[in-house]
Each structure stands twice: as C-alpha cells, then as structure tokens.
Design a protein around this ligand. Structure first.
Ligand SMILES: Nc1ncnc2c1ncn2[C@@H]1O[C@H](COP(=O)(O)OP(=O)(O)O)[C@@H](O)[C@H]1O
Ligand SMILES: [Mg+2]
Length: 264
C-alpha cells in the first residue's frame, strides 16, 4: 500500500451463490481523493462499498482490504481492528439512514457515539463540545435551521445533508456514499454533491461516491472508476471517459439513458 493511500483494495472477489458480484477488483485510493464509482445496475458498486465498510465479508483467498494502513478484512474474514477502523469511515446511503423519530440534531450528535462514554450518550447528556460540533456541522451543511425537527419530517436532500453532518461529527476521514442522490430532485442532488465536495476540498476527506448519473460523476469527481459485471473496466480521469468508453461500460443504449455531454 503506497504511503498516501487511505484505502487499498487488492484482488477482492465476492460471490453470491453462482454470481460473482466482484471479480478480482484492485484499487488504491489516496488521501483526499474524491472518486466516482459508476457502472450499470448490478455491477457490484454497493457490494464494493459494503466490503470496504465491513458490512459484509469478501470471498476467502488472497483478497484483502486495508484502510488507513490497517486490515479491514482478508481471506474472507473481518479483522480484529474493524470496529475501530469503522468509526473513521462514514457511510451515506440512498435511503437516508437517519433515525426518523429523532431530531436532526440528535441524529447528528449520535455520530459521536463510540468516542464518548456510552452512558452520556444514552441519557442525552452530551458534552458541550459535542453539541457545538453538531451545530457547526449542521451550519456548514446548510441545515442548522432544521436541527430541532424530527428527521422523518425533512426532505430527502435535507436528511442527506444531515447524514453528511453526522459523518463530520463522527470525525470520519473517509466517506463512502452509495447512490446518495439517486432519490433526489436535481436541485437537492446538486446541493448534496456540493456538500460532499466541500468536505473533500475544505477538510481533505476522502470520498468514494457511487452514482448512476454519469454527468454528476464527471462534474464532481476528477477520478472515475467503473465496474461492469463485477470487473473494473475503467480507472482514470473524468475527461478520459469518452463516449466510446461509456458505451463499453453501459452498452449502446447508454445514450438514451444519460445526458449527451460526454467528450467525443
Ligand atoms: N446479499 C446478496 N445476495 C445475493 N446476491 C446479491 C446480494 N447483494 C448483491 N447481490 C448481487 O450482486 C450483484 C452486484 O450487486 P450490487 O453490488 O448491489 O450492484 P450495484 O450496486 O452496482 O447495483 C448483483 O447481481 C446482485 O444481485
Ligand atoms: Mg447499488
């Protein structure tokens, strides 16, 4: 693993029954990169993110995943350090993963759990600095005015920015976002992408984001990685994703589905 790499994925495969969701995928992610992970539905994007965040094990064998230079899993087993590593990885999902009946503020403050004593968390006696950090994060994400509102009464975009604020409070150094804008209207989607970009630019957080909109991938991410049927078929610059490459990845119908601005 190179010095600057915060994520190292080596020869990772994942099989479900007869289906290879990931087929010998290798990828290094440097600190501070913002990478789009694209590919048709079923190509293995979620499986890869879930493997990195140790929500599932990979196949046994030589496959290995490291984060921050420490093993997350290898040979089909999660490492012993995995819980500690996971506190530095924030996950954002398509279905806004906030606790609906709790206020946005409490959801964000919960991001600090695991770093302060459990009892304090249970009884809501949050340390001053935790409360301040939560409010600051909500401000930065532009949703401070909704702090007291129950999460399930907020729009999808507001919830998603709340989830990003929670990752900030968690002091995550890597954010893995799985289709974070797939359920959002274009204006909300842009705000969420800009929020991720902001963490990347201003805080140097490493971001890996799966997107099914190729135009978002190209607009917000310099490096794009594409999967197709579990295999990595592209790893390069956004500018290098030519129309022909996109047809390779998505098939000829891609032009009907996506926007037309890819460089020829
Ligand atoms: N828990 C599971 N059980 C069985 N098959 C799965 C499971 N999770 C994913 N798969 C299969 O693995 C492949 C990759 O899925 P996924 O990673 O969700 O793709 P993507 O996120 O790119 O749409 C698909 O064929 C999917 O059906
Ligand atoms: Mg998916």
């Amino acid at each position: 693993m190179s010095d600057a790499a915060v994520l190292s994925i080596r020869n990772v495969s994942k099989t479900f029954g007869a289906r290879r969701a990931l087929d010998r995928v290798s990828l290094d992610v440097a600190k501070g990169e913002m990478i789009a992970l694209i590919g048709p539905s079923g190509s293995g994007k979620s499986t890869l993110l879930r493997s990195i965040s140790a929500l599932q094990t990979i196949d046994g064998g030589e496959g290995r995943i490291e984060a921050f230079g420490e093993p997350v899993q290898e040979n089909g087993r999660l490492s012993r350090q995995v819980r500690r590593i996971r506190t530095r990885i924030g996950m954002i999902f398509q279905q806004f993963n906030l606790v609906g009946r709790l206020s946005l503020f409490n959801n964000v403050v919960l991001g600090s759990l695991g770093r302060i004593g459990g009892m304090q968390g249970t009884f809501g006696l949050w340390p001053r600095e935790t409360k301040d950090a939560a409010m600051a994060a909500l401000h930065r994400m532009g949703v401070a005015e909704y702090a007291g509102q129950r999460a399930n009464t907020l729009s999808g975009g507001q919830q998603q920015r709340g989830a990003i604020a929670r990752a900030l409070v968690q002091k995550a150094k890597i954010v893995l976002a799985d289709e974070p804008v797939a359920s959002l209207d274009p204006v909300s989607a842009r705000r969420v992408m800009e929020a991720l970009k902001k963490l990347n630019d201003e805080d140097g957080l490493t971001v890996v984001v799966t997107l099914h909109q190729v135009d978002y991938a190209m607009r917000y991410c310099r490096r794009v990685v594409a999967l197709k049927a579990g295999k990595m078929v592209y790893d390069g610059s956004a500018e290098g994703l030519t129309r022909d490459k996109l047809i390779d990845i998505y098939g000829p119908e891609f032009e009907d589905v996506f926007w037309e601005g890819a460089p020829k």
